[in-house]
Design a protein around this ligand. Structure first.
Ligand code: CP3
Length: 340
């Protein structure tokens, strides 16, 4: 039995004494212990070695104390398993030497056997659950098909993903075939993560917000809905779309247990647009963690009052930034714990 089930209660829409809290990208970046490990092992070695992934996953649990853990890994491991080469370069980020641009490129991608190609993630889940020893639930995750297409086609990070968009609008049939292949892989991957013991799944649509609402409904949402349909009866699902306020209505009635929002959408708008029933998650501006601690505390109380303590999961509106002092991250979590 879980010792702390606040997070699962909130996902389930149950009344709680205070909302649960965790932070997107909490496992890494700003933590000195993580930076020390980063010097010793390259990024994908950290992802592929269950002992390292477990150690990193537990760092924020021990040092900051959120109500849920998120497995240390990356959304891009799915593309690697599909046989697309992905590197992580210092100061550049993700780097795909041979991005997908043609039918031939697409045909080279496989729908992988999950145990064979992503078995290390499953081992990391099992080891992490053992080490967590029921302290808090463990979140597994995947990128949305659209967000993965952005990297697969662009070949690296971008503010506009112009090449990815050009691909979709000039070769829509290929784009849909790619999205469907990623979707099929993601469904198999998430089902295996569920079998391996995660307690909830979050889908990150980090680049959904660069699409118009119309194009979102063509290139992103239908594939996310397929994924949700396949897993929602097995486990609670959180759908987070950065900049996707226009999709909150569909997200609210998708069968997901919770919908994540970023800081550009007010609590009031998020409740209204999502239909008022679904649990919401968010939406503290990660940069605001640079404010003095007393201001962080006040802002957290205000945020909880605006969202309401029930059907709400306190989080940032996107991933924590590398320059956030650890004591400020902890102050964020502590503020939620002192809310009454
Ligand atoms: O809490 C956690 O950190 C859990 C693990 C996690 C990572 N990436 C580790 C990581 C999660 C949940 C992700 C998701 C992810 N990865 C997303 C979706 C969430 C979001 O932030 O929008 C995206 C778009 C990626 C792709 C990715 N991975 C980028 C763009 C980068 C480089 C820039 C950056 O964020 O640092 C990565 C590398 C990455 N993934 C790092 C970490 C801790 C930093 C690099 C390193 O540690 O060497």
């Amino acid at each position: 039995m879980l010792k702390n089930n606040l997070f699962l209660k909130a996902l389930n829409g149950e009344t709680v004494t205070r909302p649960p809290v965790w932070m997107m990208r909490q496992a890494g970046r700003y933590l000195p212990d993580f930076m020390a490990l980063k010097k010793k092992y390259d990024f994908f070695t950290r992802c592929q070695t269950p002992e390292l992934a477990t150690k990193i996953t537990l760092m924020p649990i021990d040092q900051i104390g959120p109500d849920a853990a998120i497995l240390f890994s990356d959304i891009l491991v799915v593309l690697q398993a599909m046989q697309l080469e992905v590197e992580m370069k210092d100061n550049i980020g993700p780097w795909i030497p041979n991005p997908v641009r043609s039918k031939i490129d697409l045909e080279k991608l496989i729908i992988p056997d999950i145990e064979e190609h992503l078995g290390y993630v499953m081992d990391a889940i099992k080891l992490t659950q053992k080490e967590l020893n029921q302290r808090v639930p463990l979140i597994g995750f995947a990128g949305s098909p659209w967000t993965l297409l952005c990297y697969a086609v662009q070949g690296q990070g971008s503010k506009t993903f112009d090449k990815a968009k050009a691909f979709c609008f000039s070769k829509p049939k290929l784009a849909h075939d790619l999205l469907q292949k990623i979707t099929a892989t993601t469904i198999l991957y998430l089902k295996q993560k569920i079998n391996s013991g995660v307690n909830a799944i979050q889908i990150f649509d980090s680049w959904g917000g660069i699409l118009s609402p119309e194009d979102y409904n063509i290139f992103s949402w239908p594939y996310i809905q397929q994924i949700i349909d396949e897993i929602k009866n097995k486990i609670p699902v959180i759908i987070f779309g950065k900049g996707c306020w226009f999709a909150l209505h569909d997200m609210g009635k998708s069968g997901a247990s919770a919908v994540g929002v970023d800081w550009t959408c007010s609590a009031r708008n998020a409740r209204y647009l999502s239909g008022g029933q679904v649990t919401l998650q968010g939406n503290f501006d990660p940069s605001r963690l640079l404010s003095p601690i007393p201001e962080i505390t006040e802002a957290v109380y205000k945020m909880i009052n605006e969202f309401g303590k029930d059907r709400y999961i306190v989080n940032l509106g996107h991933g924590i930034l590398p320059n956030i002092p650890v004591d400020h991250a902890k102050a964020f979590v502590d503020a939620v714990k002192s809310y009454y």
